[in-house]
Write a protein that binds this ligand. Structure first.
Ligand code: ATP
Ligand code: MG
Length: 402
């Protein structure tokens, strides 16, 4: 039985074959199909050259034509189709100096990273498996196609991919492949940070994330990851508190916490990983909430200022650090009971207050508005303009803080 994404793409393979070329499903989709995992998109490899594909399909985009990949639009779907290719001479440990288009499937499979990723499937669902990828999958093992020293020497990113797949699939890494990881991890120096970040974040989302992080530490790979050099003990501690249900932001918060970074240092660390500014902001905010939480319990004002989502995230990390089962009930309840969830819901403006008190704007206004906001949050005064005015008249707050 082949799944829906394949069935839908079978006519694409047929069209290529009818034009006299070979075409197969390849890569991650075939691996995931054998594993019984859900398949998102299928990759197709073919003996047809990009120009030949363009003659078959009227609608295409040159997404990566220099590596032989084009995007084919067909019946409302699009497919990445790559011409069989071989790669030669990796002098910089990351990109081949030259890719050559070839007509042989086997040679194309041979350039792929791991045996589980080096299988092909034809339109009928027959698996072509020249490097025993199926066997590796049965043994739950990640093994390079050919000599691991050579393969990691060609492209050092494959080392991080190995650990990322370990995390995603809960596989182990073959003995020889593991030895190479340890002896060649310095080659990661040649890999762009952005690509490391992509793999690291995928790794942090996988079910075997703990083991994978420990592997990064134990092989020495962390020496070549931003800001983790010499931090083995901290990274191991991080792995121990890393929970299965953590979202990515929570994992980053835990990491910066275990590294003992101060608020200012966090910015620099996350910038080294080239995370987007918005994401950095959120991680810093949750980290601050975590520090607060380590000293105090939640109260309405804290939940209000944090927002429900970030408060829950901070609580998740807190619970893990305390080795307790996280409970977000209390936060949800506090949030539920808040008379207003956001400043913009406050039924009074600076203009109202200035009018009532007949005073010019000044620093006093902000302080007073905050006091009103706090009183509304705690239910001391209802969130109604008239009530707030009466309350202000009756209280000694009206003199304002000058
Ligand atoms: P994912 O499920 O994350 O997409 P994938 O195996 O499909 O995993 P891709 O990065 O989409 O990974 O690559 C598709 C295929 O291309 C891989 O299965 C593998 O055969 C090959 N490949 C990708 N990156 C490399 C690499 N650095 N070296 C060798 N082969 C690679
Ligand atoms: Mg893929």
């Amino acid at each position: 039985m082949i799944g829906q994404p394949f069935i839908q793409a079978v006519p694409v393979l047929k069209l290529i074959e009818n034009a006299g070329y070979e075409a197969y499903f390849v890569g991650g989709s075939v691996r995931d199909h054998i594993l019984g995992r859900e398949i998102s998109d299928v990759d197709i490899a073919t003996s047809a050259l990009p120009e030949e594909l363009k003659r078959i399909f009227p609608k295409t985009n040159d997404v990566g034509i220099e590596h032989g990949t084009i995007l084919v639009h067909y019946k409302g779907e699009h497919y990445e189709i790559t011409t069989f290719r071989s790669e030669e001479n990796y002098t910089d440990y990351r990109r081949p100096d030259k890719v050559s288009f070839i007509r042989s499937l086997n040679e194309d499979l041979q350039r792929r990273d791991f045996t589980m990723n080096a299988m092909a499937m034809d339109k009928k669902g027959n698996i072509l498996d020249p490097f025993a990828g199926k066997e590796a999958i049965n043994k739950k093992e990640i093994v390079t196609v050919g000599n691991p020293d050579e393969r990691f020497g060609e492209d050092a990113l494959r080392m991080l991919r190995a650990v990322r797949f370990q995390s995603q699939l809960s596989f182990s890494i073959g003995t020889q492949t593991l030895e190479s990881l340890t002896s060649l991890c310095h080659l990661l120096e040649n890999i762009a940070v952005e690509r490391k970040t992509v793999e690291f974040e995928k790794l942090l989302k996988g079910p075997a994330r703990r083991e994978a992080v420990q592997l990064l530490a134990n092989t020495g790979m962390i020496q070549y990851l931003p800001g983790l050099k010499g931090q083995r003990a901290e990274v191991i501690r991080f792995s121990r508190h890393l929970k299965q249900d953590f979202q990515l932001a929570e994992s980053w918060v835990l990491l910066v916490y275990e590294l003992g970074l101060k608020d200012k240092e966090i910015e620099g660390f996350l910038r080294e990983w080239k995370l987007p500014v918005q994401k950095i902001k959120r991680i810093k905010q949750i980290h601050l909430l975590l520090l607060h939480r380590l000293k105090n319990d939640w109260n309405p004002e804290l939940v209000y200022n944090a927002g429900l989502e970030d408060a829950i995230s901070a609580e998740m990390v807190f619970a893990s650090l305390q080795n307790i089962v996280g409970s977000t009930e209390k936060i949800k309840e506090l949030h539920e009971r808040l008379p207003i969830k956001h400043r913009k819901e406050l039924n009074v403006t600076g203009n109202d207050v200035m009018g009532w008190l007949d005073k010019q704007p000044g620093p006093w206004l902000r302080g007073l508005l905050e006091e009103i906001e706090r009183s509304v949050i705690y239910g001391i005064v209802p969130n109604e303009k008239e009530k707030i005015k009466e309350w202000l008249n009756a209280s000694n707050l009206r003199s304002g803080k000058n």
